[in-house]
Design a protein around this ligand. Structure first.
Ligand SMILES: Cc1cc2nc3c(=O)[nH]c(=O)nc-3n(C[C@H](O)[C@H](O)[C@H](O)COP(=O)(O)OP(=O)(O)OC[C@H]3O[C@@H](n4cnc5c(N)ncnc54)[C@H](O)[C@@H]3O)c2cc1C
Length: 265
């Protein structure tokens, strides 16, 4: 690990200033991704701004039509929250299936989204539900937030404060996990909204989370697994690695989407 300066802000506004002032300052959430990356010398921030002292960034609230989750809320808290289970049970189930107990107790929703690992679970929920990512500077629509592998629309010095999920009529997250890490080999988050619109977002299968519009159109017309008969996902551009070929992942996307529809139906 390279040397760095450590900061412990007292307020969100202080944190924003510290992030803006450092040459390559980064927020530190649970450290589940950032610390290993620094230990391997793959990242060398000049300053770490520890968000762990900012109680304002931890919390869950249901408002009319919206579930709001603070950026520093750990996965374990989301997984057991009665508010989340009532508003969007699929989000609680997603959080409860992340990694292992250590990762769920330290890892945060803000860290997961900012990191944008191609196999992370939360990006699929955020994209499928059309969530808003609220930062210390602005609100960013999910459709604009994920820009590439480990890349987001966040600018230097910008930090996530809260994530606001529209509450759907029904939703399901189905994951085929890597048995060692529990990261998604493929994960599918499906949301069905009160107006009949359907959204299908996929993680683990490409460089960045993406939607499958052909599935969404078919399911909006007829919401049952048979609506996908005859449709398939082209494997071109999908990830192929030692865990599964691109064709295998393409097949999994359809199977998991069918499962998700059955669960919502
Ligand atoms: C063994 C293991 C298994 C895992 N399994 C899964 C899994 O099954 N599914 C899954 O989805 N994830 C999984 N993860 C990832 C985990 O869920 C964490 O969410 C992720 O590692 C981010 O960790 P963190 O919240 O501690 O953020 P950190 O590691 O502290 O930060 C990650 C990045 O986000 C930035 N950052 C942090 N907070 C903010 C903020 N509020 N605003 C802006 N930038 C910020 C940091 O600067 C850094 O660049 C796993 C991780 C491990 C180590």
């Amino acid at each position: 690990m390279y040397p760095y300066r450590y900061h412990r802000p007292a307020t969100v506004s202080d944190a924003g200033e510290m992030l803006a002032e450092g040459e390559d300052a980064r927020p530190l959430a649970g450290g589940m991704s950032l610390i290993p990356v620094m230990k391997h010398r793959l990242a060398a921030p000049t300053d770490l701004v520890d968000l762990g002292s900012l109680g304002d960034l931890v919390g869950i609230a249901a408002e009319p039509g919206v579930l709001a989750i603070g950026a520093m809320t750990p996965h374990a808290t989301v997984a057991v929250s009665g508010t989340v289970k009532e508003a969007i049970p699929a989000v609680a189930a997603l959080a409860g299936g992340i990694g292992d107990p250590l990762v769920r107790n330290r890892g945060t929703i803000g860290g997961s989204l900012a990191n944008n690992d191609p196999a992370a679970c939360y990006p699929s929920a955020v994209l499928a539900l059309g969530a808003e990512i609220v930062t210390n500077r602005r609100g960013i629509a999910a459709s604009d937030f994920f820009t590439g592998m480990f890349e987001t629309a966040l600018e230097p010095g910008e930090m996530i404060v809260e994530v606001r999920f529209p509450i759907p009529a029904a939703a399901s997250y189905r994951k085929f996990p890597n048995p060692a890490s529990r990261f998604s080999i493929v994960g599918v988050f499906l949301a069905r909204f009160a107006d009949g619109a359907v959204s299908v977002a996929v993680t683990g299968a490409g460089p960045c989370v993406f939607r499958i519009e052909a599935f969404e159109r078919a399911l909006a017309a007829t919401f049952n697994p048979e609506a996908l008969t005859g449709l398939s996902v082209p494997p071109d551009g999908l990830t192929g690695d030692l865990h599964g070929s691109a064709a295998y992942r393409a097949h999994l996307i359809k199977v998991l989407t069918e499962d998700a529809v059955a669960e919502c139906g």
